[in-house]
Design a protein around this ligand. Sequence first.
Ligand SMILES: [Zn+2]
Length: 471
Amino acid sequence: MAEKQYYTTIGLEIHAEVKTKTKMFCACKNDADEERPNVNICPVCMGHPGTLPRPNREAIRQVLRVGSAVGGKLALEFTEFDRKNYFYPDIPKGYQLSQYKYPLVNGGNLNGVELTRVHIEEDTGTSLHEEGDYSLLNYNRAGVPLMELVTEPVITSAKQASDFAKELQLLLRTLGASEANMEKGEMRVEANISISEDPKVFGTKVEVKNLNSFKAVEKAIEYELKRHEALLEKGEKIVQETRGWDENKGSTFSQRQKEDAHDYKYFPDPDIPKLKLGEVLGFSELELKNSLPELPWKKRERFLKLKIKEEQVETLLNRPDIEEVFDKVVSKFSENNNAVIITANYLTTDVVSLKEKGGKIPDAENLAKLMLMTTENKLSSRGTKDILAIMMAEGGDPEKIAEEKKLLQVSDTGAIKEIVLKIIANNPNAVLEYKAGKSASIQFLIGQAMKETKGAANPKMLQEMFVESLK
Ligand SMILES: [Zn+2]
């Protein structure tokens, strides 16, 4: 246990591959699923002498949309590309085209975290280090448009960091700006972490790379915070360095000492003209803003107002297929909040798992019908589940299925009353026990009534009527 109090400061740098047809500065395909190595390459992305890069308008537009969504200042007046110079085999030009002084977006806020900037750059190739003394290089990814988002160092916990990354992934997917699959490397998180006893002075910063899941983000930061604390408690110094995350060991390890930004000797790329984006893009800031879909936080607010559970809201936000049918179904239930809640329950559990097993989401019309039958107690929850499974396997009208399979629940008061009286007459012992104070006996009577109706009676109504009749 730490005796002193430490202040945690975390800043995130998140890279995301932008979804475009072609690469950032050439006409090569941007295809993350291409498995053959080195087929999507050309002299431009290979950095051959004499070739000229041409910025990808769509990639720029997508990053500006992200900027617009987070309320950042868009660089429509002036922007430029810079060379970030360094040698590494996966960067054939000897420099990466990036942005330094004039990023596409300045500022903004996401999930309560202030942003420093969002810029566009090109991705590197990938290297595969083989057993023995050689590596294989694949340049299919070299030159793929890559968005880099940097937060201010204002995050104070591991949970807040992973929540931020989740919200960004949701935003990128909602905008269609990136697939942002972390396990595929389409979204990559780096965390800059420091702790300090003095809230006004930053501690020594350590950067943790290779965080390829939300869990890794959280666990790696937690690990680092503990490591820093332990070092400071012992009176030792924290080394400024870059560390990697070992998923299997659940620990970070030193990779290299951090180079400072000036080591890259950034300078404006002389091959790409300075850009007055407002003039060349053909749309205004307002048009861009108006073209955005409903943003995740607006959706969340709308769903929470429907009084559905928080985790169900998150499922809907992360599953556009489920959300689409949810919106259609509940648009028919404007006055019936109970039906909305029941729809959310079935869609975020049964429908999700049936779809995973190969089922097809039913059309909104039939699904709404089924949800209404359930809300009106015409079906038991078992009955609803059975019908849903049939609808998702072979389609069909829930009313017809319910009739065919004899799943309609008896909710007719007269019919149920008749059964209740019959069961009471046939089970005098249980009735006596109940009247003598053994309240569990009523469950036996309900069970008998369910048996009599082959499970078709509405159990809630049975319960009420037994209580009433046995008074
Ligand atoms: Zn190319």
